[in-house]
Ligand binder design. Structure first.
Ligand code: NAD
Length: 349
């Protein structure tokens, strides 16, 4: 298995501001932020689709066509792609470790979304198709040490992905690669490494570590408990990518002819342990808490980082927001959400 595109793609024209762009999963964290990103760049014809009822969408952008459709169904996918020049698939049943370790069937069933959406996109003559893959597609055998070697694109094979969620990502990547190889649909695949930032899930069981830790620190301050519960022993390491880097990276990857049907890391290469993440959140909140380690809680792989050699080589760019800066913004946003909830106002959850 090679990570490079088998057939060199000829140059394709850039999208026009009036082209119809479909964002699937736009009621969620990254899809909502991507919709806002395109809107702010002057794209006037955006279609946002999610299965959640509209009042539950994390962001609603004025002037954007919003459709409530279940994209695991073929007819819904056909409707969603009508007239679209570009399709961005960010729809999936997902969450942090607590969710993906517990609900593997739900994670696997997201394969229905990509399977129907890519077929509909190809039939409708879409020019570009983006798929949101994940670092969970990488071989778990390579992630057993907190001081892990950063993962490069070829490390997905031989395959031993994360059970459920990671295998779904790997199979959907392959769909994207074969739709290009056999049918000529220009597909682009990014393997995201933990994305965080404002307008993301911060409570309810699907949130990821940065949001969960910020919320726990805020709760501890509010309830004056003086302590914090941490999943695992806190030595697990990860890299975290700020949402602004993520949406910019999606745009760059999708409009790069060298990256057709070629999975690429989209992540920060700044490695941090969960213990250091807690210290940073404590510093931002101006508090020091007693740590209680929950050794039987989900903790995921021991360590994971993004090797950014390839993205720097192809795009001359990599996600670069310092974690300290991104976490401070995220913390303040969650603090605001927390207050709003206490006052009975609507929040993102
Ligand atoms: P999210 O849960 O906030 O958003 C996903 C959205 O997809 C949700 O709003 C959900 O309602 C929607 N959805 C689920 N099933 C659907 C269906 N059948 N039809 C229509 N909509 C449906 O998640 P996110 O963090 O924004 O993730 C977006 C994508 O990026 C997902 O594919 C995810 O696997 C991938 N990813 C995210 C991260 C991360 O750290 N957030 C890391 C790696 C990969």
């Amino acid at each position: 298995m090679t990570t490079a595109s088998q057939t060199a793609a000829p140059a394709a024209p850039a999208p026009q501001p009036s082209d119809l762009i479909l964002i699937a999963g736009a009621g969620g964290f990254i899809g909502g932020s991507l919709t806002r990103y395109f809107h702010e760049r002057g794209f006037t014809h955006l279609r946002a689709v999610d299965k959640k009822p509209l009042p539950q969408w994390y962001q609603r952008i004025p002037g954007v066509e919003c459709l409530c459709l279940d994209l695991s169904e073929e007819t819904a996918c056909r409707r969603a792609v009508e007239g679209a020049a570009e399709v961005y698939n960010l729809a999936a049943d997902m969450g942090g470790m607590g969710f993906i370790e517990r609900f593997r069937v739900e994670c696997l069933r997201s394969i229905l979304i990509n399977t129907h959406l890519i077929e509909a996109a190809w039939r409708a003559g879409v020019q570009r198709y983006f798929y949101a893959s994940s670092a969970c597609a990488y071989n778990t055998e390579l992630q057993k040490d907190p001081q892990v070697r950063a993962l490069k694109e070829s490390d997905a094979y031989p395959a031993m992905a994360e059970r459920g969620y990671g295998w779904e990502k790997l199979m959907s990547e392959m769909f994207c690669q074969e739709y290009w190889a056999e049918r000529g649909l220009r597909t682009h695949i990014a393997r995201f490494h933990n994305v965080y930032g404002p307008n993301g899930t911060w409570d309810g069981g699907r949130e990821k570590a940065p949001a969960a830790i910020c919320r726990k620190v805020i709760e501890a301050i509010d309830r004056k408990t003086g302590k914090i519960q941490i999943w695992g022993d806190g030595t697990q390491t990860r890299s975290f990518m700020y949402i602004d880097d993520c949406v910019l990276g999606i745009d760059k990857i999708t409009h790069c002819d060298r990256l057709v049907a070629t999975p690429i890391n989209l992540g920060s290469s700044e490695l941090i342990s969960v213990n250091d993440l807690v210290s940073l959140a404590e510093e931002i909140g101006g508090v020091k808490l007693k740590r209680e380690y929950q050794l039987d809680a989900p903790r995921g792989v021991a360590g994971r980082n993004s090797d950014n050699t390839f993205i720097k080589q192809v795009l001359g760019w990599e996600p670069h927001t310092p974690f300290r800066d991104g976490l401070a913004k995220t913390y303040r946003w969650i603090e605001d959400q927390y207050r709003r909830r206490q006052q009975g106002q609507p929040t993102v959850e």
